[in-house]
Design a binder for this molecule. Structure first.
Ligand code: SF4
Length: 702
């Protein structure tokens, strides 16, 4: 790793979707130095605790996968092998399964942490050459409800605004998100704005009093799952107060009359009762929004990870549409991406239901365009299996093999014991990862060691459509290879043409040229420009274009009519209800200093000091009813499984609701700290995003 110099190279933090810029150098003793990039428009030099400690995850190789390993059958031991043998075996098994059972018998499950070039390659490989659309990603667990809502409301998966709009707004509605912990630098910008302008209003909707409530002028502590009703009630107040922008609604939207009918069909008293929120607070929220000159809605997993995720997202976006707060400075809906490159993955179509450059898999013309571009006969019209569907298909035997890249589904997927069974039942499991600590490795037949952050080159897109270039700063340890290189070697071994890339810039250039003429056109954004001029927000359609901070400034939307669609469907309630056996509602989420399944942040001492073991947040009233005291070992259970952790009594959580952090996985002894033993794989019918945030459970002393 000590080959570098004192030269300072730029990169982007590889945790949350905020996308903070960093500067990295290697000193003469081979030590990595990392600071926030003061010239970066997102973070202006600031970094949160996770970002500040990123370089320790790179310089510590003690947990790294260093060479390929494989076993010849499930009864054989895992053994070290060389790359040629590993790739040869992967190709032989995939060819044999595809020949015998068809291309839909195999699939790829990748990650919102992959670089755009890697996403592009695996998508091309799967959809263009293997001939299946079974390529999905953990972004399915993160942003797909927001994607579906943007597409239905605005015509395309397009985040309209920019971070600079934060400093221009005077009212914020943060729903189902805790940016103080999960998007800390974005939250810091909001804090600074509020410090300078104490009169701006911040409304938080969350069943827990989170750190984000420290800024709140109003906290609506709703009953989990009732977000759509609450947001519609706020909409009703806006109508009754005369705070609808009728000019905008009439000229630039469709569907307002249906919306009005829908929101007026539930009285405010009834909504307040269902949501368990004081009526006065609903009116107050509407009054803040109605008086705003710049109104931003922000949300994350609290709305997305729901069996009614689409409906909740639409209900929130509608508040921007009916008030005309979109397409102008300091206003608009702003989904907070959970992962650093979930958006880049969507740009290249790296999901089971998408095609490259926001093309539609169900559109025959779009399939033809992509096939022609890749020089293949056709793209299958059959939508691929989404994340949870792939694991169900592996469990049932419908799918035979899966290739998992840069993600740890044994911990992160809902109903994790189903995932255990699926991987146990699969004929062939490839795990391509950087860490020996991934719980998924235990099911691998083939282990491929990958390069990590700073060990490879590529691009990522953050929450506000900003594309950044990430430099390679150090070499990967052992025999680890960049994910792109592994995929290219596999494609060539399979005999596929079209993978003769010399470097990442060529992969990126091919992706850019496919965007030409689309709404995400970045044909004017080369590697050279990114390296020389820094990050850009798409679209960037020509080589002198400055990028696009804000979309829809002309109120022309990407729908067929050019008008935004105010959708007010009645969601199909697929959420399980509490029962006498399982009377509490479990919600899960992140803690401040850990990331996903802790394979990186878990090895940094400083980050473990914040919270070092899993816990259950429970209201003192619910605890007393069960004889539970602070620090007591408790068991949380439902029909899917159980979890054993210590109880943390707090009145910051709503009565009847309990919270588990999502990070901890299986230990050597058992899997009883894994929160996803309890969650359900039932998903939103449109977005196919599972409902992690609502599971019926019971808790008892252990
Ligand atoms: Fe990294 Fe997100 Fe923290 Fe920025 S806010 S330093 S992107 S984890």
């Amino acid at each position: 790793m000590k080959e570098s110099t004192d030269k300072v190279l730029k990169s982007t933090c590889s945790y949350c979707g905020t996308g903070c810029g960093v500067e990295v150098s290697v000193d003469k003793r081979g030590r990595l130095n990392l600071t926030g990039d003061a010239s970066h428009p997102v973070n202006k030099g600031m970094l949160c605790s996770k970002g500040r400690n990123l370089h320790y995850t790179v310089s510590d190789h003690s947990d790294r996968l260093l060479y390929p390993q494989m076993r010849w059958s499930k009864s054989h031991p895992m053994q070290r092998t060389d790359w040629d043998t590993a790739i040869g075996r992967a190709a032989a098994v995939f060819k044999s399964l595809i020949t015998k059972y068809g291309p839909d018998s195999v699939g790829f499950y990748v990650s919102g942490q992959c670089l755009t070039e890697e996403y592009y390659l695996v998508n091309k490989l799967t959809k263009g050459f293997i001939g299946t659309n079974n390529i999905d990603t953990n972004s399915r667990l993160c942003m797909s409800s927001a994607v579906a809502a943007y597409t239905q409301s605005l015509g395309e998966d397009s985040v309209p605004i920019s971070y600079e709009d934060i400093e221009l707004a005077d009212c914020f509605l943060i729903a189902g998100a805790n940016p103080a912990w999960c998007h800390p630098i974005l939250f810091r910008r909001l804090e600074q704005h509020k410090e300078q302008h104490p009169d701006i209003k911040v409304i938080v909707i969350d069943p827990r009093v989170t750190d984000s409530c420290s800024l709140a002028d109003l906290h609506l502590q709703l009953r989990p799952g009732t977000d759509t009703i609450l947001l519609h009630a706020i909409g009703r107040c806006l109508i009754e107060n005369g705070d609808i922008d009728l000019e905008f609604v009439q000229n630039h939207t469709d569907g307002y009359e249906d919306y009005k009918q829908k929101v007026l069909s539930t009285s405010l008293e009834e909504a307040a009762h269902i949501c368990d929120v004081p009526l006065e607070q609903i009116k107050q929220a509407a009054s803040y929004i109605g008086n705003a000159t710049g109104f931003i809605t922000m949300w994350a997993m609290g709305l997305n990870q729901s069996t009614e995720g689409l409906s909740k997202n639409l209900a929130l976006i509608n508040l921007n549409l009916v008030t005309g707060q979109l397409g102008k400075p300091g206003s608009g809906p702003f989904s907070l991406t959970g992962q650093p490159n979930a958006m880049g993955g969507r740009e290249v179509g790296g999901m089971a239901t998408l095609l490259a450059s926001h093309r539609n898999l169900l559109n025959p013309e779009h399939r033809k365009e992509v096939a022609a571009y890749w020089g293949v006969d056709h793209i299958s019209e059959k939508p691929g299996k989404t994340a949870t569907q792939m694991f169900e298909a592996l469990r049932s035997g419908e799918m035979k093999a899966i290739w998992i890249i840069c993600t740890n589904p044994v911990v992160s997927m809902p109903d994790a014991r189903l995932v255990d069974e699926a991987l146990k039942n699969a004929r062939f499991v490839v795990v391509q990862d950087i860490s020996t600590q991934s719980d998924t490795l235990q099911y691998a037949d083939l282990v491929l060691p990958a390069a990590g952050w700073l060990e490879k080159e590529g691009t990522m897109t953050n929450s506000d459509r900003r594309i950044s270039h990430l430099n390679k700063v150090v070499s990967p340890p052992g025999e680890a290879l960049a994910d792109s290189e592994i995929l290219i070697r596999f494609a060539r071994q399979m005999g596929y043409h079209g993978f003769d890339y010399q470097n990442q810039a060529e992969v990126y250039a091919e992706h850019c040229s496919m965007t030409r003429g689309t709404k995400i056109d970045i044909s004017g954004l080369s590697y050279e420009r990114l390296k020389k001029e820094g990050s850009f927000q798409w679209p960037v359609p020509d080589s002198v274009h400055p990028g696009t901070p804000r979309l829809f400034t002309d109120s022309q939307f990407y729908t067929a009519s050019g008008k935004a669609q105010i959708k007010s469907d009645t969601p199909t309630n697929l959420t399980e209800e509490p029962t006498p056996d399982y009377p509490l509602i479990l919600t899960t989420g992140r803690i401040r200093d850990q990331w996903h399944t802790m394979t990186r942040t878990g090895k940094v001492n400083k980050l473990r000091q914040h919270i070092d073991k899993p816990f259950l947040e429970i209201h003192p009233h619910d605890a007393a009813e069960r004889g539970i005291k602070e620090g007591m070992a408790v068991e949380i259970e439902n029909s899917r499984g159980s979890v054993q952790v210590v109880a943390k009594l707090t009145d910051t959580i709503k009565k009847g609701v309990v919270f588990l952090p999502m990070h901890w996985g299986k230990t050597l002894q058992n899997d009883l700290t894994r929160a996803n033993n309890l969650t359900s794989s039932v998903f939103d019918p449109t977005s196919k995003q599972p409902g992690f945030k609502f599971s019926a459970v019971e808790v008892k002393p252990h």
